[in-house]
Ligand binder design. Structure first.
Ligand code: AMP
Ligand code: MG
Length: 418
């Protein structure tokens, strides 16, 4: 097995002391291997899971040619350039087919979803027809095959419709059910352990002494991880103490991934570095981004380690920009799950210097027909309120300088951040 250092060194332009966001992403990506392990689950329980099998229909959906409208099933060859008069010989309803055969000069009253009677090839909508007893008058100008849904037009027997690695969403649940499949194979859930580090941290429920702060990172992490559908192990607060940290890391290394917050900034990193070097292979990066400059990445045992900064906003930003995608990849996802960048007009000037990627917290709003974005104001990496007020990140790219009012900027919608 290659070492983490070997793998990341293959990333073009890799520089741990001033790592571009795209290079950090590429370095992480170069090291990850999706977890093995599958399980069978009932259809409903597959929601949010990753398929471990292709779904190949054994039946056509729909199973028969059927009507897309309420009207009359006719033989197109019976219709002329003038009005045509046909004899209605029966009715076809959804679930109650007409069993006879439509002969020349005949038609069948048909409802949406009813199987096309033998002999008929076209449905004329009822609104344009005139019925008088068993005679039906059809106006000219119909098209052959109109208003008929072909057997298999949704799903074709034998043609794979879902692929290994796709996530099962609401639409896929329905699609799988439409094939009559009750149980399917999915990847096992990823197991992620996390803890906070810091002597100043107190868990909720206890009283604060001067200089202490409540640990909020474990709660934002819980929320972000829960939305990814992974199995979560919250290991609490760990003191800035080598023995305690070693115990915690060893326990956590029984999982697929470990997320820590705090302790990777320059002032603190030394003992953490030594410890992590002893337990596994961990790289310490200074990423050219704001917020979220220091970050550790590596492996302890079989677990990938993401050592995030301590500041609450930096935790969320580094999670969304690095950890989220890594965890989805480890979960076995092979569809494109990257968060799209959309364009909006900056409502005001934004200060920015080239040389780092910034993730400002933004509010996307509509003015007339134009989508505009403004920042939430104070952008300190400790101002968690900025994340709560925001509905998007304003992504200011590495090379970009100051943004003038009215210029387009890239945004990432937070609602897309699952
Ligand atoms: P550190 O990266 O450990 O130097 O922490 C940077 C800043 O983030 C400090 O002000 C910490 O008090 C704060 N911080 C670290 N961890 C947490 C946490 N779990 N909850 C809230 N604030 C934290
Ligand atoms: Mg700390």
């Amino acid at each position: 097995m290659s070492t983490i250092a070997q793998l990341v060194s293959c990333v073009d332009g890799y520089d741990p002391e001033a790592l571009r966001v795209d290079k950090a992403r590429a370095a992480i990506c170069a090291c990850l291997v999706p977890v093995a392990g599958v399980e069978n689950v009932a259809v409903r329980d597959a929601l949010g899971r990753v398929l471990a099998q292709d779904i190949v229909p054994s039946i056509n959906v729909p199973g028969h040619d059927n009507s897309a409208m309420d009207g009359y099933a006719v033989r197109f060859s019976d219709l002329g350039e003038n009005e045509s008069s046909l004899k209605q010989i029966g009715t076809a309803l959804a679930g109650k087919p007409f069993h006879g055969k439509v002969a020349p000069g005949e038609c069948v009253r048909i409802m949406t979803g009813a199987v096309m009677p033998q002999g008929a090839d076209t449905v004329v909508v009822q609104e344009v027809c005139r019925a008088d007893g068993d005679r039906v008058t059809i106006p000219p100008g119909r098209k052959a095959g109109q208003n008929v849904r072909a057997a298999g037009e949704d799903l074709k027997a034998g043609v794979a419709v879902l692929k290994i690695g796709q996530q099962v969403r609401a639409a896929e649940l329905g699609l799988i059910a439409s094939l009559g499949i009750a149980e399917l194979r999915v990847r096992r859930r990823l197991r992620v352990a996390f803890f906070s580090t810091g002597d100043e941290l107190v868990s909720i429920g206890a009283a604060l002494k001067p200089g202490e702060v409540y640990d909020s990172n474990r709660y934002t992490l819980h929320g972000m991880l829960a939305r990814l559908g992974v199995e979560i192990a919250d290991m609490g607060v760990v003191r800035d103490d080598p023995a305690a940290l070693e115990r915690a890391l060893l326990l956590a290394s029984a999982h697929d991934a470990i997320i820590t917050t705090g302790g990777v900034s320059v002032g603190e990193a030394d003992f953490v570095k030594q410890l992590m070097a002893k337990l596994g292979e961990v790289l310490f990066w200074k990423i050219a981004m704001r917020p979220g400059r220091p970050m550790a990445f590596g492996r302890i045992g079989n677990a990938f380690l993401f050592g995030l900064p301590g500041n609450p906003v930096a935790v969320m930003v580094t999670f969304y920009q690095f950890v989220r995608d890594a965890l989805l990849f480890l979960s076995g996802r092979s569809d494109d799950f990257t968060i799209p960048l959309l364009q909006a007009q900056s409502a005001a000037a934004i200060r920015k210097v080239p040389g780092r990627t910034e993730y400002q917290r933004g509010i996307l709003f509509r003015e007339g027909n134009t989508w505009k974005v403004r920042t939430t104001g104070q952008q300190g990496s400790g101002v968690l309120r900025s994340m709560s007020e925001a509905n998007c990140f304003i992504v200011l790219e590495h090379e970009r300088g100051r943004v003038e009012a009215g210029e387009p900027v890239s945004v990432q919608l937070m609602d897309a951040l699952a």
